[in-house]
Design a protein around this ligand. Structure first.
Ligand code: CA
Length: 367
């Protein structure tokens, strides 16, 4: 059809405008908007952890141009924190945020995706997930529950905890009442301590009143916020029990797969971006908080003696072996983890470790 004929058929004025609108229509079709809920295991406003989940939701909304809006609920606001995994699995909510070791009772294998005493640090965990078969095994572990996991970033090496008594040998743990969760707690029990489970909000009071003798929490940023320096004399390092604790985001499989492919990829990319963001926050903010603890609160920083760490390491090996023997998936995950740890450890010895040892003289610890 010639242009002149077309114009004659379409008419002029209002009719032409209608025709033009009809031609333009495909570009302005309303986009479908998804509204999801995310529940987390964290208290409201907890820096980097809860605020990180809220940041992730905002980034996903930005990157999908508003097509996926996620409302984030802190632990207890919608469901109890430790029901996060079940809620995502059942599809009660579309997604969640936590740490995989919380689900150890359901699947022992989950613990390797969060923290293993004397295991991989943040760099090593990231390498295992994205350069080894860590993430593949994590997906396999969660698959029977219809949950898709995504690594959420690491806290870095945590601190060893707050004590009112010096730990000079392994036997000094005997009779102590400690708040230390997970595999680390199992190791400390073997050393003769009593592990007491105390919810986050009650730790300070229990420590101050002597209901517990010691507690670990996270690192300087979160420990400063809890005020532990007012209730305990010694701040021990390193956090042998949580050398690179990883956080997780998880998605209900059906909900994830109901999204257009590009939006699934955006979720994956924003999760990976969040990994980088999380570790960067912990490193930057822990450094500043440690300086405050040293300069302002004159905290007595003490390194666990080598022989104490050696003793804890032996007990940890026993605990990890026993956990790995619990089922076939845990055995498979542990085998992959230990193999990877050996390979990356040798590389770390001649790269990161050698370098840190050298530059350490620029940053002598003044306490
Ligand atoms: Ca901890």
């Amino acid at each position: 059809m010639k242009r002149r004929d077309f114009l004659k058929k379409a008419g002029t004025g209002a009719a032409a405008a209608v025709a033009a609108t009809a031609i333009m229509a495909p570009a302005v079709i309303a986009k479908k908007t998804y509204r999801w809920k995310m529940v987390t295991t964290w208290p409201p406003k907890l820096p980097v952890l809860q605020t990180g989940a809220e940041r992730l939701a905002k980034r996903i909304e930005e990157c999908t141009d508003g097509r996926l809006k996620i409302k984030v609920y802190a632990g207890g606001e919608l469901i109890p924190p430790l029901q996060t995994f079940d809620a995502v699995s059942a599809g009660t909510v579309e997604c969640g945020c936590g740490a995989a070791y919380y689900w150890a009772g359901k699947m022992p294998a989950s613990q390797w995706f969060a923290a293993v005493p004397f295991g991989l640090n943040a760099d090593g965990m990231s390498a295992w997930f994205h350069g080894g078969d860590g993430l593949k095994l994590w997906e396999e572990t969660y698959a029977p529950f219809n949950v898709i996991p995504r690594p959420g970033g690491s806290t870095g090496v945590q601190m060893g905890g707050w004590f009112n008594k010096k730990i000079n040998s392994l036997s000094d743990f005997k009779g102590l009442k400690l708040r230390i969760p997970g595999l680390g707690g199992k190791v400390i029990s073997k050393a003769g301590a009593t592990v007491v489970l105390v919810p986050g909000g009650e730790i300070f009071l229990n420590l101050e009143r002597g209901v517990i003798d010691s507690t670990e929490w996270v690192g300087p940023l979160h420990d400063l916020r809890m005020g532990f320096w007012q209730a305990a004399k010694y701040y021990y390092y390193p956090g042998w029990h949580e050398p690179g604790t990883y956080l997780e985001y998880m998605f209900n499989k059906k909900a994830y797969e109901s999204l257009p492919k590009d939006m699934q990829k955006i979720i994956d990319s924003v999760c990976m971006e969040t990994e980088q963001w999380t570790l960067a926050q912990f490193n930057a903010l822990n450094g500043a908080a440690l300086q405050t603890l040293i300069d302002k609160h004159h905290v007595d920083l003490i390194k666990f003696p080598d022989k104490v760490l050696d003793g804890l390491r032996k007990l940890s090996d026993e605990v990890v072996a026993a956990e790995a023997a619990k089922d076939a998936m845990a055995t498979k995950v542990n085998n992959s983890f230990q193999k990877f740890r050996k390979v990356i450890g040798t590389w770390g010895e001649i790269s990161g470790k050698a370098y840190y040892n050298d530059i350490q003289k620029d940053y002598p610890l003044k306490v």
